[in-house]
Design a protein around this ligand. Structure first.
Ligand code: THU
Length: 140
C-alpha cells in the first residue's frame, strides 16, 4: 500500500523544532499537523520559568490549527532529539485524543527512526466527548 507523502509535514516539524523556546531543558521538539483543507500548522515546545506552564510542541501545533478554524487533523508529525523515537506525554495524549482523534501520528527522531501510531493506541480507553454526554448532570 502506498504511504502518503509526509515530506512537507516532516519538514515543517523540523523547522518548528529549530524555533522552539527551550531555555531550561534545551530539548527541542517540533510538531506539525496536516488539516483536511491541506494546510500545515506547526509549533515547537514553549517553556516557562514556572516549569509546569510549559507547552509541548504537539499542543502548540494542534492549538494553532484550531485557532485558525481548522477542525479535522489528518496527520500529526513529532520530531524529538532522542535515540529512539519518543512518545507524546500524557497531557498531549489527552489533547490529541480530543483534537485529532482520527489523525495518523508519525513519531520521528533526527536519525531517521520513525514509528506510526494512532490516538487510540497512545491513549487506550481515553476520556472523550461521548462520556460527557452520558454523565450525570449532562444536558438532556
Ligand atoms: N516535550 C514536548 O514538547 N513534546 C513531547 O512529546 C515530550 C516533551 C517538551 C516539554 C519540555 O519543553 C521538554 O520537551 C522536556 O520535557
Amino acid at each position: 500500500m502506498n504511504q502518503p507523502d509526509d515530506t512537507a509535514l516532516i519538514s515543517a516539524a523540523l523547522t518548528a523544532r529549530s524555533l522552539a523556546y527551550t531555555p531550561y531543558s534545551h530539548f527541542n521538539v517540533g510538531a506539525a499537523v496536516l488539516t483536511a483543507s491541506g494546510r500545515i500548522f506547526s509549533g515547537g515546545n514553549i517553556e516557562n520559568a514556572s516549569y509546569p506552564m510549559t507547552l509541548c510542541a504537539e499542543r502548540v501545533a494542534l492549538v494553532s490549527a484550531y485557532a485558525a478554524g481548522e477542525r479535522t487533523i489528518q496527520a500529526l508529525a513529532v520530531v524529538t532529539p532522542t535515540l529512539d523515537v519518543a512518545s507524546p506525554c500524557g497531557a498531549c495524549r489527552q489533547v490529541i485524543f480530543e483534537l485529532a482523534p482520527h489523525a495518523r501520528i508519525i513519531l520521528l527522531n533526527l536519525n531517521g527512526a520513525v514509528r506510526y501510531t494512532t490516538p487510540a493506541e497512545l491513549l487506550p480507553h481515553g476520556f472523550g466527548p461521548t462520556q460527557l454526554t452520558e454523565g450525570e448532570g449532562s444536558a438532556s
